[in-house]
Design a protein around this ligand. Structure first.
Ligand SMILES: Cc1cc2nc3c(=O)[nH]c(=O)nc-3n(C[C@H](O)[C@H](O)[C@H](O)COP(=O)(O)OP(=O)(O)OC[C@H]3O[C@@H](n4cnc5c(N)ncnc54)[C@H](O)[C@@H]3O)c2cc1C
Length: 440
């Protein structure tokens, strides 16, 4: 079969890898001048760094297996992470169950209550019972209002901004289970995985294998239309390297773009399917990456539980990964998930720096702008689907109503949330569906 794949992120490349491994022809069309989509990298002082922080959990077995299959297993390191919680002007350790017991912003009774119910969540199998309740309602009724306001609400606000009180409880349940699966040993410290050549190297080798297996991977290849003929998807209109659009014919098409891009490319869909595509909204990610001449804190991951701070998490990459990879420099991500029409999304790098620096000084009073050697600003659209209640029922099928047209994007990853691991799994599954169905 000849399969056209829109998008050269992890899902598109994983699908192409699987198809070409089974002897089919796959052509990946990526509109950006680089591969990797949300997991793409850029160069920093001789090293490759993800535009948005990236790591793997121990539960990310599909990605881990792929890395080994690509011959990059020796470079996959599993490292102890350090997690903190910025609350009330202080950084609290927040990596182990013991840390929760020592967390003074909650009373002893509140800490025990939060601990017990977190344990219950970890032990609960299956998410269906959480489907029709918001995280806010469930957490308040089980862990108490203070437990919710101090611990969970900042986390939900951090990921979902104004939509935080609409998020389904399934999302929290899954996060808790996956985080715990990454804890090892008596101290229950979390271990995170990182391919030491960066996720960019994994993506490059994946693309190279697709080529060796007979496929083709294009960058700077923007698809403008999915072409329908006699009830089937038969071709794509694509402009390669800014040239005039040309039509390429396929037996099947896999789209890995966000749903709001898919609806622009695809012919009109029946109402029920179209509604599903439109119902799930996304947030963008806005990242500032600071290259520093010294360490900012000793935490890899610092949750910011102060609503007056203009960012939701600080990820100090070089507290997990050896800074030798980046010429000895320290790397600090400042993270936000705003909507595309927000002020935060529109701000320039310089405006964000002016906004952030005084707040960084609240966390580390010694911090001075002179520590910043350089900074990078990245916006990622369609970064985070907003996962509301009864989400499962509204997920669009991978097989679209148009024969030969398949959709594989992050809104369809459930109950787990988006992640490279699940894009690998989804890419492979959808490729298998295409082969099972045969030419349209
Ligand atoms: C800030 C941030 C942090 C993250 N941290 C982690 C982490 O720690 N661990 C982890 O595993 N995952 C993490 N993720 C999630 C992970 O990166 C994504 O889930 C995954 O990379 C999604 O891959 P995808 O292929 O499904 O989608 P995408 O990466 O979005 O790929 C879709 C591709 O389609 C292309 N495209 C769109 N329209 C067109 C068109 N018309 N023509 C051609 N191409 C088109 C886009 O340019 C894009 O490259 C993070 C994401 C973000 C944003």
């Amino acid at each position: 079969m000849r399969v056209g794949i829109i998008g050269g992120g992890v899902a598109g490349l994983a699908a192409a890898y699987h198809l070409t491994k089974q002897g089919h022809f796959a052509e990946v069309l990526e509109q950006a001048p680089f591969l990797g989509g949300q997991a793409s990298t850029f160069d920093v002082f001789g090293g490759r760094l993800e535009r948005g922080y990236h790591h793997l959990f121990v539960s990310d077995t599909d990605m881990t297996e792929l890395i080994h299959e690509l011959g990059l297993g020796d470079g996959l390191a599993w490292l102890e992470s350090s997690v903190g919680f910025f609350h009330g002007g202080k950084v609290w350790d927040f990596a182990t169950p013991l840390d929760l017991l020592r967390f003074k912003p909650l009373s002893v009774a509140q800490r025990i209550r939060v601990g017990i119910w977190t344990l219950v969540l970890q032990k609960t199998r299956g998410y269906r019972k959480f489907e029709n309740v918001t995280a806010k309602d469930w957490l308040i009724s089980h862990m108490g209002r203070m437990g919710y306001q101090v611990i969970w609400e900042p986390m939900l606000r951090g990921k979902f901004g104004e939509s935080h009180d609409r998020i389904g409880m399934t999302w929290i349940w899954c996060k808790v289970r996956l985080r715990v699966a990454s804890r090892k040993g008596a101290g229950q410290r979390e271990r995170l995985g990182y391919p030491m050549g960066s996720f960019g190297e994994v993506i490059d080798v994946l693309a190279q294998r697709i080529g060796e297996q007979g496929g083709v991977v294009h960058t700077s290849a923007a698809v403008s239309q999915i072409v329908e003929s006699e009830g089937s998807a038969t071709a794509l209109d694509v402009a390669l390297d800014g040239a005039q659009s040309e039509r390429r014919e396929y037996d099947a098409v896999i789209a890995t773009t966000p749903s709001y891009v898919f609806t622009r490319l695809a012919p009109p869909m029946p109402k029920e399917y179209q509604d599903k595509l439109e119902r799930i909204k996304y947030l963008s990610a806005v990242l500032m990456v600071l290259v520093l001449d010294r360490q900012f804190t000793d935490k890899y991951w610092l949750n910011i539980a102060d609503p007056d701070m203009p960012f939701v998490a600080l990820i100090e990459h070089t507290n997990l990964i050896d800074r030798k990879l980046y010429g000895g420099k320290h790397i600090l991500y400042i993270s936000n998930y705003p909507s595309r029409d927000s002020d935060m999304y529109r701000k320039s790098a310089e405006e964000l720096m002016d906004l952030f620096v005084p707040h960084l000084q609240k966390i580390n009073p010694d911090f001075d702008r002179s520590w910043v050697i350089e900074y990078h600003h990245h916006r990622v659209d369609g970064a985070q689907p907003i996962v509301g209640v009864n989400y499962a029922a509204g997920i669009p099928d991978h097989r679209t109503p148009l024969k030969g047209l398949y959709l594989a994007n992050t809104t369809q990853i459930y109950p787990e949330d988006r992640g490279t691991n699940y894009s690998v799994r989804m890419g492979r599954q959808v490729a298998q569906m295409v082969m099972d169905d045969g030419p349209a």
